[in-house]
Ligand binder design. Structure first.
Ligand code: CMP
Length: 140
């Protein structure tokens, strides 16, 4: 993997609970991403707070942590040229009401809080988030 060819996604507990994992992974593959690491896990409160540290002062932080720790989620590293931007186009705006038709958040999310997936917002955060979830031995 090089500097700008990977991003990290979370298929959130809401989407797992509703049976969307297979549909979302199929669309990720169809969009030309290669999955270079993947796991099914559940975040502790401490882990979710650390992952979303930048949002700690937002009014929605408590609900976000509650929502992200509710059940298992899927974490994956996705490889493609310009992966961060390309994946953000595939997932669409955070708020499903504002996301374009055909995007993952439009198709599978219910609201800005109950959204289906996360995608890194910069190459730097993709590196930070990859290191948060995966060791070198888990990336292929
Ligand atoms: P995500 O890409 O995982 O990054 C931060 C998350 O905070 C975001 O998706 C949303 O699920 C969640 N969130 C909850 N409320 C808001 C809000 N008002 N604006 C932006 N993000 C929000």
């Amino acid at each position: 993997m090089t500097k700008n060819n990977f991003t990290l996604t979370l298929i959130k507990p809401y989407a797992v609970e509703h049976g969307y994992v297979g549909h979302i992974l199929a669309r990720i593959n169809e969009a030309g991403f290669r999955i270079s690491a993947m796991k099914y896990t559940q975040l502790s409160r401490e882990q979710a707070e650390a992952f979303y540290e930048v949002h700690r002062n937002e009014g929605f932080f408590g609900r976000l942590i509650e929502f992200m720790t509710k059940g298992p989620l899927v974490v994956a590293l996705l490889e493609k040229e310009n992966a961060v931007g390309s994946y953000r186009r595939l997932i669409g705006a955070t708020d499903p009401d504002k996301a374009e038709d055909g995007t993952l958040r439009k198709l599978f999310g219910a609201s800005v809080e109950l959204n289906a997936v996360h995608g890194s917002d910069s190459d730097e955060n993709a590196r930070r988030e990859a290191a948060f979830f995966f060791s070198r031995l888990e990336i292929f």
